[in-house]
Design a binder for this molecule. Structure first.
Ligand code: URP
Ligand code: ZN
Ligand code: ZN
Ligand code: ZN
Length: 484
């Protein structure tokens, strides 16, 4: 028979349309999409359910040490399993350079860690130490290996590169067609707020949110965009958490900047009031940028519906609420010593489907774009994120009708809490394939350790982003061609 697998009787959802049809798969690839496909060694009956590209999780911290040295609770086995239960066929976690490390060492380290993954993976490279060797040799070499996205931080003393360091990275990225991702919060504003709060003895988790004002994000987003325009480089703003930040992104993007952005479920599902929960509970809701207010949630939903964001990503940063994670510095410490971040890789898509599609805030097509198709374009995943002949058979089959109450057990991660506990969610991925192989079948794990493979990526697709004409600042014109 011509097909290894045929998925039949589904409602196929893409970023552009929804239609009844079948999918024929051979050797891990989609080779046919048609109204009816006969045959197949294995036939999967989608039974009228939604068949869509498997999610691409573009923002997750897996087997990664924080700058303070705390290891995430999820490694590539538990993290990829949790991702698969959440409807993802692949993910792009971070490979983080800590100061003093070479990029080659970082990629070797993460290469060893990722071998356990049950879904396909690639990495965004976090750069904290842009030495000449890194800029001249190591980043170009990483790029050659298909690592086409670099992430930088404008905050955290051990990560922050300063504006000049960012311009250096942006320029190298521009020369190779890489995209630079940025965590945008003004470091000095945050540090100044920390000093004000410490001087007044205000140390509870709720002050974490107060120490990182919306203005700090808005200022840094604007600055990052202007730096990228100066270097004529592509920029991706991660985890936009403010209405003001989203408005800046929208304005600049539709003025032609080579700009991309994401937001995350936690900023739409939770608020800073969650930080006021008693005892150690509040710390579970500490992430950076911090949770905001209700009015921010409305604004972010409008921006999502209007196309301001390419993606909704989890920012899965799993630090357990115990002495191995949040509280490595002790339980009775001030908020700056509590690890930042919350888990959510299994909830990203079910939450977005339930609150977005089921409640009519976004269309199913938008959901597909936000969960996979746009990430594939932005990050150069040329064989993923779409249902079409020639693409990897990365597919998720969703039952849109089942409703459940979110529990920790449902996350299948290595965490001791979920910030989404107790929410009612409608819609569930029941079958997830990575390159044609089932990872989740009938809602249960069937994938095996190590079945995921590394995928290299292409340069960012800038066809819809012409850039802003600033010829007087064009580095290639003004400094010769060596920067290209
Ligand atoms: O609070 C978060 N998001 N922790 C993860 C590290 C980062 O800021 O990206
Ligand atoms: Zn090392
Ligand atoms: Zn971040
Ligand atoms: Zn993050």
């Amino acid at each position: 028979t011509q097909f290894d697998t045929v998925i039949h009787s589904g409602q196929i959802a893409t970023a552009d349309q929804v239609f009844a049809g079948d999918i024929g798969i051979k050797d891990g690839r989609i080779i046919a999409v048609a109204e009816k496909i006969a045959g197949g060694e294995r036939r999967i009956d989608a039974g009228g359910r939604i068949v869509m590209p498997g999610g691409i999780e573009g923002h997750a911290h897996i087997a990664q040490e924080s700058s303070a040295g705390v290891m995430t609770a999820d490694d590539y086995l538990s993290g990829s399993i949790s991702a698969a239960y959440g409807g993802n066929s692949s993910f792009i976690p971070f490979a983080a350079q800590h100061r003093g490390q070479s990029i080659d060492h970082v990629l070797e380290t993460y290469g060893a860690r990722a071998r356990r993954s049950v879904i396909d993976y690639s990495w965004h490279l976090i750069i904290s130490d842009p030495t000449e060797a890194v800029l001249q040799d190591q980043l170009p070499r990483a790029f050659q290996q298909g690592i086409t996205s670099f992430k930088v931080f404008m905050t955290y003393d051990l990560m922050n590169l300063g504006d000049g360091g960012m311009l250096d990275i942006l320029t190298v990225a521009r020369a190779h067609g890489a995209i630079t991702m940025v965590h945008a919060e003004n470091n000095d504003m945050v540090k100044w707020m920390n000093r004000q709060l410490a001087a007044r003895g205000l140390t509870a988790p709720r002050y974490h949110a107060i120490s990182r004002p919306e203005l700090a994000e808005e200022e840094a987003i604007n600055r990052a965009i202007q730096l990228a325009k100066l270097a004529d480089a592509a920029l991706f703003i991660v985890h936009v958490s403010t209405a003001g930040g989203a408005a800046i992104v929208r304005r600049e993007k539709f003025n032609g900047a080579k700009l991309f952005a994401e937001t995350c479920p936690q900023y739409l599902a939770l608020t800073r009031d969650d930080l006021d929960r008693p005892g150690t509970e509040g710390a579970k809701f500490m992430c950076s940028p911090p949770l905001r207010g209700r009015e921010t949630q409305d604004a972010l939903w409008h921006h999502m519906a209007m196309g301001t964001f390419e993606s909704v990503s989890s920012d899965h940063a799993p630090y357990r609420a115990d002495e191995t994670g949040k509280f490595t510095a002790g339980f009775d410490v001030a908020y700056p010593k509590i690890a930042n971040g919350m888990p959510g890789i299994a909830m990203r898509l079910p939450w977005l489907f339930s609150e977005g599609v089921v409640k009519g805030r976004i269309t199913l097509e938008q959901f597909v774009a936000l969960s996979a198709t746009n990430a594939a374009k932005t990050f150069g995943c040329t064989t993923k994120g779409r249902i079409a002949p020639g693409m990897d058979a990365d597919i998720a089959i969703w039952n849109p009708d089942v409703t459940r109450t979110v529990t920790l057990a449902d996350q299948h991660d290595n965490m001791d809490y979920t910030p989404f506990e107790g929410l009612q969610i409608t819609g569930r991925p029941e079958h997830v394939l990575t390159r044609g192989a089932s990872v989740i079948a009938d809602g249960k794990l069937v994938g095996t350790e190590g079945q995921g493979q590394f995928f290299g990526r292409a340069p960012v697709d800038l066809r819809a982003r012409p850039g802003v004409a600033l010829p007087e600042f064009d580095p290639a014109q003004n400094f010769g061609t060596e920067l290209r």
